[in-house]
Write a protein that binds this ligand. Structure first.
Ligand SMILES: Cc1cc2nc3c(=O)[nH]c(=O)nc-3n(C[C@H](O)[C@H](O)[C@H](O)COP(=O)(O)OP(=O)(O)OC[C@H]3O[C@@H](n4cnc5c(N)ncnc54)[C@H](O)[C@@H]3O)c2cc1C
Length: 528
């Protein structure tokens, strides 16, 4: 008899959510995590005494409200903080564009740069509200084929959505709406978060939509902080899963998925310990799940070759720091302008130039930077009077043309600080401690291949029913009893939780209906 109904590999947020739903439905669940803390890319650590730093993910908002309710996350410590302003974009000429929650106030702000853009802004917001009405429900269920999804819309609307969202670059999309470079630069930053793509790359308009799904309270398209740090989100998820009866073991690295008669029947840890389960649910990416954990010969060679070609590019790194005080941005009327994202992405061309370096295997000489000073709104993350700063920096390609990421830390820190100094002179002198988290560090620490923050790239050919590969998108795999539940599945990365939610539904149906019954699993072949 199996030890568990389901063993979940990895305690990132999706693994924990899958475990929570499974346990709540009465399944016997074991979660195995390689690190000594839960959370995967959504963790808060204390590299320097008293400073709680979001090592990887730093902005919350994408997490689906239904999951928050179903798993009762506020009861376990989930407490998001909405910021107003949402963002602050200092410009090289000393001006600033600030993003306020109130639409009328925002229009006035945009009008500083262009009256025409200010008039277009409410229509732009309405476009997204409508598009998100269509996309959001599709995120909380296994993906339908893209043509069917588009086919549910009236024909003219289907054509518009296909063209605008799935085929266009962020540049072409935004150029149709606006003329001001400051506005387009700030918005385009959301179209390339974590992507190995520039705003001129076709398909990036969809990524803009993906990062527009944030919801906090009544507000749509928003981001915020998680009180206590991003790790509080996953600690709440772990608390919820445990409350419903799941067991979570840290320091438990899985090295093999056990296969008997072609079906997954459990896992082996690096220590040699084994656990048998009716379902093995992996929150780890496809590269590791299929190419490292499955015994050789489980999948045909051509299938393995196709899986190797799932694109998982690194594109970013983090520069995290402890600060003596909040820096003075020349363009900021007061520190209260810095409570949300401080974006160094003054134009679409600036971002594209930063990407040009990455295309040629170099860290950007002038990177885009998304800076968060969480301690400004949440003093719990720093000692009294001191502050935290996390910088999400692009572009940092997984593969460097010369040298290794381990040799580049000083150079990276220097480039980031030189870029920030142009907007906040003297920032360098405020730094008490700092760390550079490279794509290689991301891969080594949490196992995201290439340091890809979405486990695999979000591109039009790797979304919906194409994610992670065409034909294997319903969380089942060709190996009966083996499921995927991480960001490598629909609808992709970010602390969204939908992959874990959707996968748990499929696993539960199969647990009730009898695992390994023919019909449910995709074929073991892959096109292309
Ligand atoms: C630098 C960075 C910045 C980001 N910024 C944001 C942001 O601001 N906002 C946002 O919403 N999203 C952000 N993201 C994206 C988001 O954090 C991820 O897409 C998401 O957290 C992935 O969750 P997951 O559960 O699918 O996978 P993961 O978090 O990757 O979880 C997988 C888990 O499996 C564990 N594991 C790996 N190998 C093994 C093994 N052999 N045995 C057992 N366990 C194993 C890992 O340790 C990890 O805990 C960022 C990501 C990164 C890396």
């Amino acid at each position: 008899m199996a030890d568990y109904d389901a063993v979940v590999i990895g305690a990132g947020h999706n693994g924990l959510i899958a475990a929570g739903y499974l346990a709540k439905a009465g399944a016997r669940v074991l979660v195995l995590e390689r690190r000594s803390i839960v959370g995967g890319a959504c963790v808060t650590e204390e590299p320097w005494p008293g400073f709680r730093i979001n090592t990887f993910a730093y902005a919350s908002g994408l997490l689906r409200p239904q999951i928050v309710d179903d798993l009762e996350l506020p009861k376990f410590g989930y407490d998001p903080i909405l910021c107003d302003p949402q963002g602050f974009s200092p410009q090289p000429d000393g001006r600033h564009l600030t993003f306020w929650l109130d639409e009328a106030r925002e229009q006035k702000e945009i009008a500083k740069f262009s009256e025409k853009d200010a008039r277009a802004y409410p229509k732009y917001v309405a476009f997204w509200d409508h598009a998100l009405d269509l996309i959001e429900p599709a995120m909380m269920a296994p993906p339908t084929p893209l043509n069917e999804f588009i086919g549910t819309m009236p024909p003219r609307e289907a054509e518009t959505m296909l063209r605008e969202l799935f085929l266009r670059s962020a540049r072409d999309f935004l150029d149709d709406w606006f003329e001001g470079e400051a506005l387009k630069g700030a918005l385009a930053a959301g179209a390339v978060i974590g992507a190995f793509a520039g705003p001129y790359t076709p398909g990036t308009a969809y990524i803009l939509g993906h990062h527009n799904i944030g919801r906090l309270g009544e507000h749509r398209r928003v981001w915020g902080h998680a009180r206590g740090g991003m790790g509080r989100i996953t600690e709440a998820m772990a608390g919820s899963a445990t409350h419903w009866g799941a067991t979570i073991r840290t320091d438990s690295a899985v090295c093999e998925i056990l296969i008997e008669n072609g079906s997954a029947v459990g896992v082996r840890l690096e220590t040699g310990e084994t656990f048998r389960a009716r379902a093995v649910v992996s929150s780890v990416d496809t590269h590791r799940t299929f190419l490292q954990f499955l015994p050789p010969g489980t999948l045909e060679r051509p299938v393995e070759d196709r899986l190797r070609r799932v694109r998982s590019h690194g594109a970013c790194l983090k520069f995290n720091a402890a600060l003596e005080a909040i820096p003075k941005f020349t363009a900021a009327p007061s520190p209260s302008y810095l409570v949300g994202a401080v974006d160094i992405s003054p134009s679409m061309e600036y971002i594209e130039r930063a990407f040009d370096d990455a295309k040629h295997g170099r860290f950007s000489r002038e990177p885009t930077i998304d800076v968060y000073f969480q301690s400004l709104v949440d003093p719990s993350v720093a000692p009294p009077g001191k502050h935290t700063m996390t910088c999400f920096v692009q572009y940092a390609p997984s593969e460097l043309r010369a040298g290794s990421w381990d040799d580049q830390r000083d150079e990276v820190a220097e480039t980031v600080l030189a870029t920030l100094e142009a907007y906040a002179p003297g920032i360098r002198r405020l730094i008490l401690h700092s760390e550079v988290v490279t794509p290689l560090d991301i891969e080594r620490t949490i196992g995201m291949t290439g340091g890809c923050i979405d486990q695999c790239d979000i591109t039009p050919d790797q979304i919906f029913s194409f994610r992670p590969v065409p034909g294997w998108s319903n969380y089942r795999t060709p190996v009966p009893g083996l499921y995927l539940c991480g960001s490598t599945t629909h609808p992709g990365g970010g602390v969204i939780g939908a992959p874990g939610h959707n996968a748990a539904g499929v696993v539960l149906r199969d647990l009730e209906g009898g695992l390994g019954k023919p019909g449910g699993n995709p074929p073991a072949t892959l096109p292309g």
